[in-house]
Structure formats: structure tokens, C-alpha cells
Design a protein. Structure first.
Lengths: 495, 499
């Protein structure tokens, strides 16, 4: 049955996008920051519209999309991210472009793509949703059209993105060839019903899918595009890349791997574990050498993806309970990571709007010139490093503990060691801010009230998740169990 | 299971955090406000700590003043009591709580002299102190680690901003080594909670799991080194002690006091809480190794101190040596030896805090810490010299001062279990006498270097702090039964400890 009421929140988001595009067409001289506020309002409406879906009976749309607590969770996350990014962009984009309607419209479209990725229960729908997000991002990354770095970033991103899409599609076609269906449940059934073990086509198909989504979440060795794209993109879009695009990638991975490929876990779990190990190690080691803040954040977020992949590996190695616990801890970690990243970028944007400097050395003496921003940056970096009171401490500990299965002790140990490495480069940033005096001529300044308030709010979020994660954890637990209720309805999971 | 006394612990834990929060909103120019406010907080904490120590019933249950607030439970992999703010003290942590109160108050007074960004200093200082209290009180593995990290992290900025000699190097080295150690603890936690498979971080539950074989002996032997080495880094375990001399040399006075006085004890305390109590089989298997390393540390620290010319380096190495005694005491797994280790933690804590206080008082005026620059200081700074002599003699183990009580217990424990190592430990004490007396001779006596004729003696505030610390040393040295009585039940209740 075509039940369009399942997607009221997304209709709101898309209408918002169209309205914003139209608004700029009708009033070309409209102040660009008003568009940002309109986007934020649209995202807020989107978020509010999503709330009634919490705990609602899962709704199926033609066997293609599913709105359950898992989807709702990503709806709220996507709406929240878009809202924050729109506010972060307000002044930044006003100062740099003459047309911003497409920018804000595409933000909402990209957010919708993220939700659809979480809702997809069929390979082609998932692929189309992924492309909806990716195409929006290709444009957003290159939005500063007079900026060479931005152009370069966009081009690299498109080329490598297209390449990875091709791999993903090839993988999908192989899986379709083997199983004769693209629906997750159908794939799981067909894989379970096979006689005589796995054939090469399935393995190759799964590996190509892993590589394809690995590109999207920038897992090493498919991470090469990330630092350039992060560096060239407008600062708020860098934030969007490192939150929404990663969260969406993991939404797709979780749905796909728990719903369809878990039957063949033996084939891919070692690969995912290796991918996790390489990703976190490469990300953290390369981050040490960076002098540009955006590149540093890019590598550090690659490291974070490595941690998140541990949970996916745990789904492959553990039993059903472990898989569910690992998924719920992963979703919790994604929230903590997202809030911390947004807080970091709000502060960095406030700093960048003032100084135009995005190097690490540019933060020199920030504790003197703007102690509040320095505090927010410190809190979010410490949250990444997993230090107490900040979100990362609780979420990372719970993520690693939940992913702890007998075959994965080494990986969890490696992750702990990597956290330690990451502390070093975070301390190097702290060092610039707190140990040195500001350069000559820099005086105390106040951040724009909007960014200051947003940073304060996000800082509270980082502290709240770090100190009292129970509510967030319960929410992610509901989302994760929704994921497994669906799989339980089929005949998933072999012993 | 909340007890009224449990709220004392919550208060002692929350007060420093609250103080840090309040100070955030005090303008940086209001230095005196920050100082008075911190002094009052320090005094209240001292009062609470004394209360915790005195109210701990020597003849009662091992864990007292318990309080449990559910934090995260029945969600994800966590079951009933998954993670709870479970606080309580046993005899050892009651003693260390007293130590924290004394040293923190003395440290607050000494920080009075700080001019540069005084408010920020106190914010970080109070966060650190909250971490220390939390670690001693925590009966939940999650919160143990939470507070343990909380105590370690502010050091980077405390040393990096307010330190002296090669402060950035010292701060970075110290932070990386200590956090590197906590990676070991972290891995140990994952392994323990996973192996127990109970979906809880509650320490008493995990202790039971370790004793009744839910965590198998084989696993315990594998996990124990992670805890021992991880905590050992902070405890100054040789050969991972190298952060200690550098860190102490760079740190500002009150940070050195708290750091050598209290923080290093967190490491040894962690070995008891995590190592001996969760993994008794593993502890029994590995203790000889810890004994060897502890003995090497005691000897190495003493010999290194003998060759140093910088006051702070001497104290830094002497701390390594004394923490070596603590490890020897623990490694005996003998009632007397383990009591001695706990006594030594207290004794070394107050003694070393006093030493760093005095070094700071001298360095602030003289701007050098080289022994050979001085001579005849007794003529201009009599109070200072008296206090130093008391601290030095406690260091050497003179009867009547705390050092004697503690070291005597450790030596007895060692002789009953590993006599050879008992002998080596006494040798280290003899070397300690040598480096102390050498320093006394060079610095205090002899002709007065005219460069120092204007040195001022201890200020009233410094004198108050010094007297407080000296009184603590005398108390343990002269009348130790209140201390040993409170330890007795706890120590015999530790799994694997023989009497």
C-alpha cells in the first residue's frame, strides 16, 4: 500500500528546500542570512514532525522503505544536523557568496537523502538515496566557485565518488545475480537457502559493496578524497561532511549488514575488522603531521570511523545479542561524535569569520582572546579523545565494551591505543590555545551572538551525553532493537 | 543502601567540582576572591576528609559509607546496576582520603602566591582534586576510570602554563606517559567486564567474580599486567618512572605537592583496587615480578637521588624510591607488608608535599635549585631548615616520624616473605640517609654564601601549611594505632593476603 503519510517529515524538508530556492528567485536581493534562518526553521519543523513517529508501529512503503525507530532516530539526527549547519553557515556564506538559495536548499535535500538511506530496505533504493546525498554534497563542497581549493575539492570528490558508486553498483548487480532479488530480506533468505557454501560471485559482490560504502564513510584505504574535500569545502560543509555523511553511511551499513549480509558474516567480518584496524591507525597517525585544522579534523574523523567500524565487525563476530548491543552503542557513539563535531565547527567558524585563518597555528593564544571559544574547542577535542565529562568518554567506552567479543579483543586494544595517539595531536592544538600568548595586535573579541549561543548549546549537549548518557542510550537502544525486529521477522542469522 | 555518611563522600566529591564551576564565572582580575574562596573550599574539604577518616569504624564492615545512585542500567549490554555512582570507602581509601584533604589544603595555601592567571589555576586544581577523591571513593569500574582520568588530564595545563624549567617538555612527557598507562587500564577494563559477562561495572560484584572463578585464573594472569603496568606508570614503577623527575622539575610548587603527594598514590591504589581485588589469581602469579621491579625502583631512585644537584630532581627520584617501597609492600601480599604499603602512601604523601613546599619557598626567592649554589642557609632561614630537617628525617625513617612506622611495616612484611628483598629495601633506606645528609651538609650548614643573605624565612601561610604537614607526620609516627587499626580489617579482607 502506498502510505504517503509515512514521510510527512521529509515532505516538509523538501518543501522547505523548494521554498528557499523560490524565495531567492523571487527576491534575489534577500539577505543571505535570512535564508539560513529559514532553513533552520524548516529543519526544526522537520524535526518536530518526526517526533510523533517515535515508538510508532513500523510502516512499510512498498517493501522499499521502512519507517521504524531506526529511521526516526536518523530523521531527528539529520534534522538536527541540518539545523545546526544552517546556523553555522549564516554569516560565513553571507560574506562569501551572492547566491545562497541552492546552498541552503541542497542542505535540506542532503539531509533527506540521509534519512532515506536509513529507511531503505532494498539495494537500489539505498543506492539512489546515497546518490541523492552524494550529489548534493558534490555541489556543496564546490560551492565557493571562485576558490581554487573548493573547486579542486569538488572535482576530486566527484571523480572518486563516481568511481566508488560504480563499484557499489557492480557489487549490487553481482548480489542480484546470485540471489535474484534486491530486497534485504530476500537476499538474506536466498543466501541462507543456498546449498554447497558460498560462491565466488557472492564474495566479490560483498567485497565491492564494502569498498563502495567504505569510500562513502572514508574508511582507509578508501579515504584519499577526504582530506582534500574537507580542506577545500566551505567550513560548515566540512562539518556536514564529517557528521551527516558519515552518519548516513553507517545508517546504510547497519541496515544492510544486519538485514541482508549478516547471513554470510563469515565472508566479510575479517575484512571489516581489518578495515577498522587500518582506518583508525592510518587516520590517527596521519593526523599527527597536519598543520591545517580542516585536514587534521579530516584525519581525526577517519580515525573515528575506524572506531565505529569495530561495531560492524562485532556484528559479524558476535551472536545476535552482541550484534544488537554493538549497534546500539554505535548509534550512541554517532550521537556523541556528531554533537562534539558540530560544537567544534561552530567554534572554528566563529574564529574563522574573525581571522580567516584555518591553520592550527592560527589558534595561537585563543584562550586569551576568546576564552569561551577555546573552551568549546577544548571540550570537543577532549570528547574525541575520550576524556571524562565529555561525550566521547562515555560513548567510546560503551562502544568498545559492547563490541568486545572473543575474536575482537585485539581490535579493541588497538582502538584504545589509537585513542592515546589521538590525544597527542589534540594536545598540540590545546598547546597553541593555552600555552602561548596571542600574536601581536590580536585583542580580545566577542564571537557573533548566534554562533556563541549555538556553541554554548552544543557544549551543554557534549557535557550532557558525557555525564548522563542514559536518555540518549535508551533512544539508541530502541533504534537498534527496531533494526533487529525487522531481521528477526525473516529467517536471519545462522548459528 | 544509601547511608547518611555516604552523602559526606558525595559532598567531598561535588564540592571541588562546584568550586571549579563557580570560579569559571569569577572575573580573572579578582585574584583575592579566587584565593579566599579556594582556601575556604580547601578547609571544608580538609574537615570532610578528617571526618571520613575518623568516622570510619575500625571494627566495622570493610566497606563503609556506601551510597549507590543508578546511572545507566538496563540498556544495551548493561543489566541491573550496569553503571552506578557507587561510592564508599575501605580502610585504605579512608586513609588516603585524609591524605588528600591535608595535601590539598596545604597546596591551596601555597598556590596563594601565584599571580599569573590565578583563577584558571584554581579551576584546574579543583578538577584534579575532584578526580582524586572520586578515584578513592569509586566502587564502580566506570567511575573509577572516569575520575582517574579526570585527575590526570588537568596536569598538562597545570604544568604547561604555570611550570618552570622545560615545562612544555615535562608536561607533554608526563601526560603522554600517564595517559599511555591508562590505555592499559582501559583494555583491562574491557577484558574484565567482558569476561565476567555480568553486564555491570560494579566493583564489589566484579571482585566476587574474580574470587569465585567467573573470571578464570588463566584470564586473570593475562589481564593483570595491563592493570599493574597501567597503574604502575602513575605509581612510578621502574622502568616507567621517567616522567616523574621531569614532571616534578617542571611543575609549579602546589602541583608538585599534590602530584607527588597524592596522585602517585592513585597508581598504587589502582593496583590494589583493580589488580589485587578483581584479579587475585593474576596478582598472586605476577607479584614476584612487581616485587623485583619495586626493589629496583627503590634502589635506583635512591642512587639516582644521590647523584643529583637539583633539589626537585632529588625529591623526584626520592619519590620513585619511596613508591618502590609501596610496591614492595604490596607485592609481599602479607598483612603487615600491605598495611605498610598503605601507611607508606600516607607518609610519603605528606612528607613529599612538605619537601616540595619548601623547595618552592626557596626557589621563588633564589630562582635556582642547584645544591652547590647554596650554603649556610640555616643562618637566614631557620624555620625553613627545621621543617626540611623534619621532612628529611621522615624520609630516612627516623623513629617518631611517619616514615619509620611505614617502612618498618614494609620491612617486616618483606622479611617474612622475601627476606632477600627486605635486605635490599633496607639498603635503599641507607642510601636515602646518605643523600639526605649530603644535602643537609651542603645547603644548610657551612659558610653562608653572601648572595643569599637577603633570603626570607617561611611566610605565615607557608608556615601554617608546613605545620599541618609536620603534625600529620608526627601523628603517624608517634601514635599509629588509629592508622593501623583502620587498615587491619581491610587488608586481611583483600583476597590472597596472608597473615
Amino acid at each position: 500500500m502506498r502510505d504517503f503519510t509515512l514521510f510527512i517529515p521529509e515532505f516538509i524538508a523538501i518543501s522547505g528546500a523548494v521554498a528557499i530556492l523560490a524565495a531567492e528567485l523571487i527576491w534575489p536581493k534577500i539577505r543571505k542570512d535570512y535564508l539560513a534562518y529559514a532553513t533552520a526553521a524548516g529543519a526544526l519543523a522537520w524535526l518536530i514532525a518526526a517526533i510523533p513517529y517515535i515508538g510508532d508501529t513500523p510502516g512499510d512503503f512498498e517493501g522499499l522503505l521502512l519507517t521504524d525507530d531506526f529511521t526516526t532516530y536518523f530523521r531527528i539526527l539529520a534534522a538536527g544536523i541540518v539545523m545546526a549547519i544552517a546556523l553555522i553557515s549564516a554569516h560565513y556564506m553571507r560574506d562569501r557568496t551572492s547566491t545562497a538559495g541552492e546552498y541552503y536548499g541542497l542542505l535540506l535535500v542532503a539531509g533527506t537523502g540521509m534519512v532515506l538511506m536509513a529507511a531503505s530496505r532494498e539495494l537500489l533504493t539505498a543506492y539512489i538515496s546515497l546518490e541523492l546525498l552524494s550529489f548534493s554534497l558534490y555541489i556543496l563542497v564546490g560551492y565557493l566557485k571562485r576558490d581554487r581549493l573548493s573547486n579542486e575539492a569538488s572535482l576530486k570528490y566527484i571523480l572518486l565518488g563516481a568511481f566508488s558508486s560504480a563499484m557499489l553498483l557492480y557489487g549490487i548487480s553481482l548480489i542480484y545475480g546470485v540471489t535474484g532479488t534486491t530486497s534485504y530480506e530476500g537476499i538474506a533468505e536466498a543466501l541462507a537457502a543456498r546449498e554447497g557454501g558460498t560462491d565466488a560471485a557472492t564474495v566479490v559482490g560483498i567485497m565491492l559493496i564494502v569498498a563502495g560504502v567504505g569510500f562513502k564513510v572514508s574508511a582507509a584505504p578508501f579515504h584519499m578524497w577526504a582530506p582534500d574535500a574537507y580542506q577545500g569545502a566551505p567550513l560548515p560543509i566540512t562539518a556536514f561532511l564529517s557528521t551527516a555523511s558519515k552518519a548516513a553511511g553507517f545508517a546504510l551499513i547497519l541496515r544492510l549488514f544486519t538485514g541482508a549480509l549478516v547471513v554470510d558474516a563469515v565472508e566479510w567480518r575479517a575484512v571489516i575488522a581489518a578495515l577498522a584496524a587500518i582506518t583508525m591507525t592510518a587516520g590517527n597517525l596521519l593526523a599527527i603531521q597536519q598543520s591545517n585544522l580542516k585536514r587534521l579534523v579530516a584525519y581525526s574523523s577517519i580515525g573515528q570511523v575506524g572506531y565505529m567500524l569495530i561495531a560492524i565487525a562485532a556484528i559479524g563476530y558476535g551472536d545476535a545479542a552482541t550484534a544488537e548491543n554493538a549497534s546500539s552503542a554505535l548509534l550512541l557513539h554517532i550521537v556523541g561524535y556528531t554533537v562534539s563535531t558540530l560544537a567544534l565547527f561552530t567554534a572554528l567558524t566563529a574564529h574563522y569569520n574573525r581571522t580567516g585563518d584555518d591553520t592550527i597555528a592560527g589558534l595561537r593564544g585563543l584562550a586569551e582572546t576568546q576564552p569561551f571559544l577555546a573552551l568549546v574547542i577544548t571540550a570537543s577535542l577532549f570528547s574525541f579523545a575520550g576524556l571524562p565529562f565529555f561525550a566521547g568518554f562515555a560513548t567510546k567506552l560503551l562502544l568498545f565494551q559492547a563490541s568486545m567479543t572473543d575474536g575482537l579483543l585485539w581490535l579493541v586494544g588497538l582502538a584504545a591505543a589509537n585513542s592515546f595517539v589521538s590525544l597527542y595531536y589534540y594536545l598540540m592544538i590545546m598547546r597553541q590555545m593555552y600555552l602561548f600568548d596571542p600574536p601581536e595586535g590580536q585583542t580580545r573579541f566577542r564571537p557573533a551572538p548566534l554562533l556563541g549561543a549555538l556553541a554554548g548549546l552544543l557544549l551543554l549537549g557534549v557535557l550532557f551525553i558525557g555525564v548522563y548518557p542514559q536518555p540518549a542510550f535508551e533512544a539508541t537502544d530502541r533504534a537498534a532493537s527496531a533494526l533487529f525486529e525487522v531481521s528477526a521477522s525473516g529467517l536471519l542469522r545462522l548459528p | 543502601m544509601d547511608t547518611a555518611q555516604g552523602y559526606v563522600l558525595v559532598t567531598a566529591l561535588a564540592l571541588p567540582l562546584l568550586a571549579a564551576g563557580v570560579l569559571l564565572f569569577v572575573p580573572g582580575s579578582q585574584k583575592m576572591t579566587a584565593r579566599y574562596f579556594s582556601a575556604v573550599i580547601g578547609a571544608i574539604l580538609l574537615g570532610l576528609s578528617v571526618y571520613v577518616f575518623l568516622a570510619y569504624q575500625a571494627s566495622g564492615e570493610v566497606l563503609q559509607m556506601q551510597l549507590r545512585w543508578p546511572w545507566i542500567e538496563n540498556v544495551g549490554f548493561l543489566g541491573e546496576n550496569g553503571i552506578s555512582l557507587h561510592l564508599g570507602v575501605d580502610g585504605i581509601s579512608a586513609l588516603l582520603t585524609l591524605l588528600t584533604g591535608v595535601v590539598a589544603f596545604a597546596g591551596t595555601l601555597i598556590a596563594w602566591k601565584l599571580e599569573y592567571r590565578a583563577k584558571d589555576f584554581f579551576i584546574l586544581f579543583w578538577i584534579l582534586i575532584a578526580g582524586v577523591y572520586g578515584t578513592f571513593f569509586a566502587l564502580d569500574l566506570f567511575f573509577f576510570f572516569f575520575f582517574y582520568e579526570l585527575a590526570v588530564v588537568p596536569l598538562y595545563m597545570l604544568i604547561g602554563i604555570w611550570g618552570s624549567t622545560r615545562k612544555e617538555y615535562g608536561a607533554m612527557k608526563l601526560t603522554l606517559m600517564l595517559v599511555g598507562g591508562s590505555v592499559g587500564i582501559w583494555i583491562g577494563i574491557f577484558a574484565v567486564v567482558h569476561e565476567a559477562g555480568l553486564g555491570t561495572f560494579d566493583l564489589p560484584t566484579l571482585w566476587a567474580a574474580g574470587e569465585n572463578g567467573l573470571i578464570s585464573a588463566e584470564t586473570q594472569k593475562i589481564i593483570f599486567p595491563f592493570f599493574a603496568v597501567g597503574c604502575g606508570v602513575l605509581a612510578g614503577l621502574w622502568p616507567l618512572h621517567t616522567w616523574s623527575p621531569d614532571g616534578h622539575m617542571s611543575a609549579p610548587t602546589s602541583v608538585s605537592m599534590v602530584h607527588a603527594g597524592v596522585l602517585m598514590k592513585l597508581g598504587a591504589f589502582g593496583i590494589i583496587r583493580l589488580g589485587i581485588q578483581i584479579l587475585p589469581e593474576g596478582a598472586e602469579f605476577w607479584m614476584p615480578a612487581l616485587l623485583v621491579l619495586g626493589t629496583i625502583g627503590a634502589l635506583y631512585g635512591a642512587i639516582a637521588a644521590l647523584t643529583q644537584r637539583d633539589f626537585k630532581l632529588i625529591s623526584g627520584y626520592s619519590s620513585v624510591s619511596h613508591m618502590g617501597y609501596v610496591l614492595i609492600g604490596l607485592a609481599t601480599l602479607h598483612e603487615v607488608g600491605v598495611s605498610g604499603a598503605a601507611l607508606q602512601m600516607f607518609s610519603h604523601g605528606v612528607m613529599t608535599a612538605l619537601v616540595f613546599l619548601l623547595i618552592g619557598a626557596l626557589y621563588d626567592q633564589a630562582h635556582t635549585r642547584d645544591l652547590s649554589d647554596f650554603g649556610g642557609v640555616a643562618k637566614v632561614m631557620p624555620l625553613w631548615v627545621i621543617a626540611y630537617v623534619v621532612a628529611g628525617l621522615a624520609n630516612v625513617g627516623l623513629p617518631g616520624l611517619s616514615g619509620f612506622t611505614a617502612e618498618f611495616h614494609i620491612f617486616v612484611g618483606a622479611f617474612r616473605t622475601y627476606p632477600v628483598f627486605g635486605g635490599l629495601a633496607i639498603l635503599a633506606a641507607a642510601i636515602a640517609a646518605a643523600y639526605m645528609l649530603r644535602m643537609f651538609g651542603v645547603v644548610f650548614f657551612g659558610p653562608l654564601n653572601p648572595r643569599w643573605k637577603d633570603l626570607k624565612d617561611l611566610s605565615p601561610i607557608e608556615t601554617i601549611s608546613a605545620v599541618l604537614l609536620i603534625l600529620s607526620m608526627l601523628a603517624m609516627g608517634l601514635w599509629w594505632s588509629p592508622f593501623t587499626d583502620r587498615l587491619a580489617n581491610t587488608v586481611t579482607s583483600l583476597p590472597g593476603v596472608i597473615s
